[in-house]
Design a binder for this molecule. Structure first.
Ligand code: ZN
Length: 488
């Protein structure tokens, strides 16, 4: 066989250039699927596993796909160039799609020749494996090509290349050369799974950039670990008195938001291996677990970045809000009656436009500047606990003034005092108790009369200016505790 195409396990799988079967039908959903798109939706490593799964299911008469043209069950096959296509389970000439090729005599002769060559290599690897096992006294009952009969009434028998036992665990070793077909790999895996025995595939050599199809079948079916027995591993086994292998495995790491793999070659001891009889995997490194953890880490990183971006946006918005607030306060505090009214009015209209963009401007086309001035004065008064911007000497006087002149601002004043912690000053200012009496007397009116209710746009603006975006804490919407706030 000339050349070898080796695909990156994480690369997207590709269909052969001209698949004979272009559409398959999912027997689960009944949907017709485009073969190229279906194959291209898997990464190579997963396409290899899918191919194994479909083959196993077909052998158990549980096909998942059929040919969309003739309805015969199909399975996934892989070309020598590691491209995928679907093949009929059987072909009798009734379907125009021809997916099964017959071998020429020359093909068969070439295969037989290769078989003879391989049997020599096969024998040599088996000998190396036996020497490795013999070096470790814990391994008992080592046997070569001994028939393994299915126990517990299960059908079948196998003749593993080498078998052995450690404690109560029975082991089968298969030396893997290029002629092993997928069917054989799958049926052996099934056999030893039902036997509750561990099956280890051994290859004479491995290199990640030169992988045969059978290497990939074993590698990806074994959690991305593959074992080599060669002169070096045998020498290590004999030197340490422990069964050793050269193990190649993939090790994932994060690069940006992607996982990339490093290939690791490591001399491993039997005790370092993790054996999973249900999965029929034996591995030095649990690739799937590591990959799952990294995917989780990538997701968490993405979430953390998104949260950070959101926080930054909030901080930016807060800074913009603060600038807008300062603009409003500066406009009011710097305005002098002697200043040009036209200029001030222009500034105010500009400001209200910015406030409206922030959804807290006054609605009118000619918004009343005095409302802004009143709000700023109320906020400054409440913040400082003394009248600012009002021609009055005490907070109690301001309360009376609002009650008569601007009743719609009265509740807001109470809330502002509360928010800035200056409510006690109003109570102290109310030496005569007049304000307290007024609140008690007018309680019902204040609660029900709409003149005590602030227009919505003004309410929003006041909430924004006071740094409190939650409207209900300022306005007369929450009447249950409003009078408590105005009069203790
Ligand atoms: Zn067909």
């Amino acid at each position: 066989m000339a050349g070898n195409v080796t695909i990156d396990p994480r690369a997207w799988a590709e269909a052969v250039k001209k698949p004979a079967i272009q559409h398959v039908r999912s027997l689960k959903s009944g949907l017709m699927l485009d073969v190229r798109r279906l194959i291209g939706s898997f990464r190579y490593q997963h396409a290899i596993l899918l191919r194994q799964k479909l083959k196993s299911q077909m052998k158990a008469n549980e096909s998942r796909f059929s040919c969309a043209t003739c309805g015969v069950p199909v399975y996934l096959a892989c070309s020598t160039s590691k491209r995928f296509f679907f093949r009929h389970r059987h072909e009798d000439g009734s379907c125009p799609a021809i997916t099964r090729s017959s071998f020429t005599e020359a093909d068969i002769r070439a295969m037989q020749y290769r078989g003879a060559q391989e049997s020599k290599a096969h024998k040599r690897v088996k000998e190396l494996l036996i020497r490795s096992l013999a070096a470790d006294a814990r391994f008992l009952d080592q046997q070569c090509e001994k028939t393994w009969r299915a126990s517990e009434g299960l059908a079948g028998l196998r003749r593993p290349d080498v078998s052995a036992r450690i404690d109560s665990l029975r082991l089968a070793f298969e030396v893997q050369l290029s002629t092993t077909f997928l069917d054989v790999v799958l049926s052996r895996r099934e056999f030893y799974r039902s036997e509750r025995a561990a099956l280890l595939w051994i290859v004479p050599n491995f290199h990640p950039s030169y992988r045969r199809m059978t290497d990939d079948d074993i590698l990806f079916g074994n959690n991305s670990n593959i074992f080599v027995v060669d002169d070096a591993s045998v020498a290590a086994s004999e030197h340490r008195g422990r069964l050793m292998f050269t193990c190649w495995y993939r090790k994932p790491r994060v690069q940006g938001d992607e996982i990339v793999d490093d290939w690791i070659e490591e001399l491993v001891e039997w005790d370092d291996l993790e054996i999973n009889l249900d999965q029929q995997t034996v591995c030095a490194f649990n690739y799937i677990a590591a990959e799952t953890a990294l995917n989780q880490q990538i997701r968490e990183n993405q979430l953390a970045r998104a949260a950070e971006t959101e926080q930054a946006a909030i901080r930016e918005q807060e800074a913009r809000d603060q600038r807008l607030r300062e603009q409003a306060f500066n406009l009011v505090s710097s305005y002098d009656e002697r200043d040009d009214y036209i200029i001030r009015e222009q500034d105010w209209l500009d400001l209200n436009r910015s406030l409206t963009e922030r959804e807290c401007g006054l609605n009118s086309k000619q918004p009343d500047y005095s409302k802004l001035a009143r709000m700023v004065s109320l906020i400054e008064t409440a913040r400082n606990g003394r009248p600012i911007g009002f021609g009055y000497g005490s907070l109690a006087e301001i309360a009376h003034h609002l009650f008569h002149q601007h009743p719609d601002y009265l509740f807001a004043f109470g809330h502002l005092l509360d928010a800035f912690g200056t409510k006690a000053i109003l109570d102290r200012d109310d030496r005569t108790g007049k304000w307290k009496m007024k609140v008690a007397k007018e309680r019902e009116t204040m609660r029900s009369d709409p003149k005590f209710k602030m227009p919505e746009d003004e309410e929003l603006l006041l909430a924004f200016l006071s740094g409190n975006r939650s409207r209900s804490t300022l306005a007369n919407n929450d009447s249950s505790n409003t009078d408590r706030k105005l009069a203790a």
